[in-house]
Design a protein around this ligand. Structure first.
Ligand SMILES: *Cc1c(COP(=O)(O)O)cnc(C)c1O
Length: 380
């Protein structure tokens, strides 16, 4: 094999976005909620059968809208998995609440149901369910539990755009949800996200928070004759220029997902023998989930073997990466949130053993061949 250098990720972007950008430039309107932004929102609502989609400046900001909507009081608690991106926890702090970290289950690496029960207190107000790698959390059970305890469920579907749980698109199953269109995600606008909800009342308040705390959206619809300050908010609206990039992606939803699935299936088929020989563990997609193939990971037997493989693969030009440093053992959480003695064994184990392989539409078949052969060679 001649040596290659395969990037870990490459955004799916080329000159096909120019006509979309041209349209915005010619409209002379670069701020948000213009024709392009509105068209992209409508398309998200139609594609994913969700009643309200509001484009935001990031997935992080969509989560912040969700936690600001909770009107948390000091001491109010929100449950989340420790195995997630830092934005999930930051959003809880931004909303004035206390993050309470839960362990994940060992199959899909999403929040563990037993852990939710264990960590509920009279102060618990909400659960943030994070869908990992494009595979759903156990939403029916989470929604049932939330209903019994009168809790709000927020879906962090940053990685779950165009993925399903029991035939429903992710992001619209909980009371509200968040998508991310960051460069590293399946569908991108560079930076960007969306807030989603099926509830008209929630949508109205989200509009206000997203528009600097004003009722400008009502004003633009002609429902009030001036707009004014209604509650604390921020500036969370995506520019129409970035909405144009997103619109191109939404118009290419299926080809992007199809190529990701091809790569995923090739990895599964061609790494199976290594799993049979217990060199690694392949990802599990439960029958009730339809993945969007956001992440492809393998699990190595231990952290030393994972780090060793990451290094030797890199030396051969295969760039891989780990996921995540568990939030409960991060410097901020241990110092400020006092989580240093919290035991989350599944989180720690997965975080130590997981290795992500390249998966993106422009990854060539010959690159997949090279990655598979490299892994066979290194794990022989
Ligand atoms: C990417 C990601 C986010 C943040 O999205 P941004 O658009 O980068 O702000 C939040 N949660 C999870 C689980 C993510 O993967």
């Amino acid at each position: 094999m001649t040596k290659k250098n395969i990037p870990f990720n490459q955004p799916e972007i080329d000159e096909r976005i120019y006509p979309y950008l041209k349209q915005v430039i010619e409209s002379g309107k670069l701020s948000g909620d213009g024709p392009m932004g509105k068209a992209a929102e409508k398309q998200i609502e139609n594609l994913f059968s969700v009643r309200h989609a509001l484009l935001t400046t990031s997935g992080t900001h969509a989560l912040e809208i969700a936690t600001l909507l909770l009107s948390l009081r000091p001491g109010d608690e929100v449950l989340l998995p420790s195995f997630t991106f830092v934005s999930t926890a930051n959003a809880i702090l931004r909303g004035g609440g206390t993050p309470v970290f839960c362990d994940i289950n060992d199959r899909t690496f999403t929040i563990d149901l037993g852990e939710i029960e264990r960590r509920l207190t009279p102060k618990t107000r909400a659960i943030i369910a994070v869908h990992y790698a494009g595979v759903s959390a156990e939403m029916n059970e989470i929604m049932e539990l939330a209903e019994r305890r009168n809790l709000v469920v927020i879906e962090d579907a940053a990685q779950g755009v165009n993925a399903k749980y029991r035939h429903q698109f992710l992001g619209k199953i909980g009371h509200c949800g968040a998508y991310s269109f960051h460069d590293t995600k399946n569908y991108i606008s560079g930076e960007g996200g969306a807030f989603l909800t099926g509830d008209d009342v929630i949508a109205r308040r989200a509009e206000i928070i997203r528009e600097k705390g004003t009722n400008r959206a009502n004003f633009l619809r002609g429902e009030v004759d001036k707009y004014t300050w209604i509650e604390p908010g921020s500036s969370y609206i995506l520019s129409d220029l970035l909405a144009a990039v997103l619109k191109y992606q939404l118009d290419n939803l299926e080809p992007i997902q199809k190529r990701r699935k091809q790569i995923h299936d090739a990895y599964i088929t061609r790494l199976k023998d290594l799993e049979n020989r217990e060199r690694l563990r392949l990802p599990i997609i439960p029958s009730y989930c339809e993945s969007n193939y956001h992440i492809f990971y393998i699990l190595l037997p231990d952290e030393a073997k994972r780090n060793q493989l990451m290094q030797s693969a890199k030396a051969r030009g295969v760039n891989t990466t780990f996921h995540y440093v568990p939030l409960h053992s991060s410097p901020f959480a241990t110092k400020v949130l006092g989580t240093s003695r919290l035991q989350l064994p599944v989180t720690d184990n997965v975080s130590g053993c997981l290795l992500r392989l390249p998966i993106y539409p422009r990854l060539k078949n010959e690159d997949v061949d090279y990655i598979v052969e490299t892994l066979h060679e290194l794990l022989a």
